[in-house]
Every structure is written in C-alpha cells, then in structure tokens.
Design a protein around this ligand. Structure first.
Ligand code: S3P
Length: 448
C-alpha cells in the first residue's frame, strides 16, 4: 500500500456527547507513541537502506510527517500486516509545500532535519499550527546558517533554505522543549563539528535515544536538573528496524476514565515508561490513585509497563513547576482528574501550555468552568477546586479549539459527570489517537 492510500479512512468528526458510565473494564493495548513514531519516520527517511517500522502510529500527525518525508525524497510503503518500509535518501527540494496539518512535532523536527540539505522547502499547517511560534526553531537554525522566510514573523508558512555547510552551534534553548532540542540535533547531524544543546530542564530524550540506533553519535551528560547533549556532525545514518512502544500520553485518557468512574478496573498494555514522560503517573500516585505498573519488556530502547487502573478516591495535590516538562501534554486530562478529586489541586509553571495546539491553559480552565468546576487561572498556573464525592456537575459544551487533547479530556469528564458533557468537534482526536473511540467503547464508556 502506498502512503497516499493510508489514513484516508473514516475519522469521526463533529460533536460527541459523553454520558455517565460505570464499571469500565477490560484490557487494551496502548496506542503507539506519537513522538517515537515521528522520529522513526524521520530517522528512517534520512538513513541509507530500508528501515522497517512495526506498529507505527497511523494518526493524521504522523501521516503528515510521512508524506513530507516522502516528498523530500524517501520511499515509503506499508505492507498488509501494517509494517512500514522506509528507504532513506538525501533530501531534495520537494515539488509541493509540506503541509504538516496540526503537528508541531512534525514541522519543527522536519525543519531541523531538512536544514542540512541544499534544498528549499515551504512548510505549512492548519489554523492551529499556523498560530504557533516557530522562531524557537528558526532562530537557532539561523545561527547555524539557515535562511528562512516567514510571511508573518515566526509563524507558518515558512520557506526554509537548507544548506549542506551548516555551522555547529553551542545553544541553550530559552524554553524547555524537546521539539526545539530535537530540531537542533537533527540539523547538527549535518553540521561541521560538534553541535551542543544545553537544556536547563530535562525534556523527553527520544531523539537522543533513537539516533544511535541509526548510527548517529550523541553524547548526553546530566547537568543539575538538565542535560548537555552533543552531536557529532557528518554521521552517515544506516537503516534500522524497530517497533513502536505504547504512548503514555494517549493511555492517560483511558487511565483517567477508570480512576474517576465507579466500579472500574482496566489494564492498558505496553505503555512506555520513560522518566521524561511519566510526570502524570507520579502525580496520580500522589493523589491516591489505585494504579499498578507491571514490567512488560522493552521496545525501541524504551521500557514498557502494563498499567492496571481502578476507580479511586483521589485527593488534591500541589504539582511543582519542575515536573511540567515530564507531563507537558497531560495537564488538560489532569485538570479533569483534579476536578473529580477531594480538595484543591495546584498546577504551577504552565506558561508553555499557552503555545500548544491551543492555549491549553485557558482552554483547560474553560473546559472546567463550562462544567461547573471552580478554579483560579493565573498567567502561569491553574488551581482546581475538586468536586469530591458530589461529583462534577457537567452539562457543558466544550470548545476544543482544534486541540485533540481537549476533545478527549472533555469526553472523559462527561463519563463521571452528573450531566452529559458535549464536545463541539472530535475530528482532531485522529491527530494523535485514532483508536480512541474504539478503545473507549471496548472498555464500556458511553460516548455517542
Ligand atoms: C514532543 C514534545 C512536546 C510535546 C509534543 C511532542 C516531541 O512539545 O508537547 O506533543 O515529540 O518532541 P515541546 O517539546 O515543544 O514541549
């Protein structure tokens, strides 16, 4: 099957309503990880030879990255068993603009990866992606010698002029962002000499973990609460076969649903347990969640666990700002969990949430407010007054603002609320978790 035929299937769209549900039960395999899937496509597309990728996340975001990598010169096919074959090639000027849809990871990593070839590429995206900041990637790339034109300063569409004689840089990103770090490291693979990224706070290290599988040389040193990462320029990448671990960020929605609905007991199998991705699970344990993790081997250099989650009496906690990078995608669903806890939950250090698929800080607050939950919203923090035993009133309409995680959070909230919760449009869920509705239905959740 060619890439053009993939992913065009039916994707649920339009409004959906979640109704009170109890007794969620059963076992599901975790959806494949989005971050690892993007990187598998990009590294394979750069490497010499054919890489086989098993269990790739076939979500709109990852498919957009795959289409872009194909337009840049790689050959990508999928066999009937769902294994993807990617033959890498030196990247060339694509014959059309690269539309990354809703995907910040896709566009930022690809700008970095494309920067080291003599090519010109136009990057575009949907309304949400076109409003997100790109200077955080274009600025360091400019220091390496890459010229780019953005019609609106620091926003898509961007025309990037790559070059094969990039300068290595020693750079400290002003924001804690794995996307920014990864873009620089991917560009650094083609620079003369050693490129250094100094991150003041640890962010997910999937690029550093996966690069060496393809023959890239990364050297990582921890440094206080952060890390110094060095990449040697000029490495020739070689094909590598891998299978994708389960996504802890997608699993979080199922786990949350079990925790907040009565008489529930579910197991999600094969979830990646990387410390830079596990902040939510650490927080849930502090809140008194009944979750058990059982070792389930490893994939693509990452450890896996099966997660069993049961209905739990949760209490509010304070979540420190240092934990934010390890749960940066999980605050919308944590807000929903906090609304179902007894007492107050304070989340701090959340400014980065304002630069996600939507302003997730404001949108999470609006989601709670529309459903009768009391909260205080600051510039950089959110405090949620848990509804405890009385339960969340519900009955609200959630505006998803082109944001998949808000859509899923709103629906999970409705499963435990006194009145149904409606979400205005579920189309974006397919960007990260196309199996969400099947998984929820199989566990017994009433979403219609
Ligand atoms: C990602 C990094 C995070 C995260 C995103 C995936 C990645 O973004 O929000 O969903 O794969 O590198 P930032 O690094 O910009 O915080």
């Amino acid at each position: 099957m060619t890439l053009a035929d993939t992913g065009a299937g039916q994707r649920p769209a339009g409004p959906r309503t979640a109704h009170y549900s109890k007794g969620l039960s059963g076992e599901r395999r975790a959806a494949p990880d989005k971050s690892i899937s993007h990187r598998a496509v990009i590294f394979s597309g750069l490497a010499e030879g054919i890489s086989r990728v098993d269990g790739l996340l076939e979500s709109d975001d990852v498919l957009a990255t795959a289409r872009a990598v194909s337009a840049l010169g790689a050959e990508i096919t999928r066999d009937d068993d769902g294994v993807w074959s990617i033959r890498g090639a030196p990247w060339r000027t694509p014959d059309r603009p690269l539309d990354l849809g809703n995907s910040g990871t896709g566009v930022r990593l690809l700008m970095g990866a494309a920067a080291r070839f003599d090519l010109e590429a136009v990057f575009t995206g949907d309304e949400s992606l076109s409003s997100r900041p790109m200077a955080r990637v274009l600025d360091p790339l400019a220091l390496m010698g890459v010229r780019s034109d953005a019609v609106r300063t620091g926003r898509l569409p961007v025309t990037l002029h790559g070059r094969s004689d990039l300068k290595a840089i020693d750079y400290t990103p002003p924001v804690a962002s794995a996307q920014v770090k990864s873009a620089i490291l991917l560009a650094g693979l083609g620079a003369e000499g050693e490129t250094i990224v100094r991150e003041p706070r640890l962010t997910r290290a999937h690029t550093e973990t996966m690069g060496p599988l393809y023959g890239a040389q990364f050297h990582v040193e921890t440094d206080g609460g952060g890390a110094i990462i060095r990449v040697a320029g000029g490495a020739a990448l070689k094909a590598h076969d891998l299978s994708i671990p389960g996504d802890p960020s997608s699993a979080a929605f199922l786990v949350a649903a079990a925790l907040i609905t009565p008489d529930s007991d579910i197991t999600i199998k094969g979830v990646m347990t990387n410390p830079a991705r596990s902040g939510l699970y650490q927080t849930l344990v502090e809140m008194g969640a009944e979750i058990t993790l059982t070792d389930a081997g490893s994939r693509a250099g990452e450890s896996l666990v099966d997660i069993r989650a049961k209905s739990s009496a949760l209490r509010g906690v304070v979540i420190p700002p240092e934990r934010a990078p390890s749960m940066i995608d999980e605050y919308p669903i944590l807000s929903v969990i906090a609304a179902n806890a007894e007492g107050r939950t304070e989340m701090r250090g959340l400014a980065e949430l304002r630069a996600k698929e939507s302003d997730r800080l404001a949108a999470s607050a609006a989601l709670l407010d529309a459903n009768g939950v009391r909260l205080q919203l600051g510039e950089d923090d959110l405090t949620v007054e848990g509804c405890g035993e009385g339960g969340v009133p519900g009955g609200g309409l959630v505006a998803t603002r082109h944001d998949h995680r808000l859509a899923m959070s709103g629906l999970v909230m409705g499963l435990a609320a006194r009145e149904p919760v409606q979400v205005d449009d579920v189309a974006m869920i397919a960007t990260s978790y196309p199996g969400f509705f099947d998984d929820m239905a199989a566990l017994g959740a009433a979403i219609r």
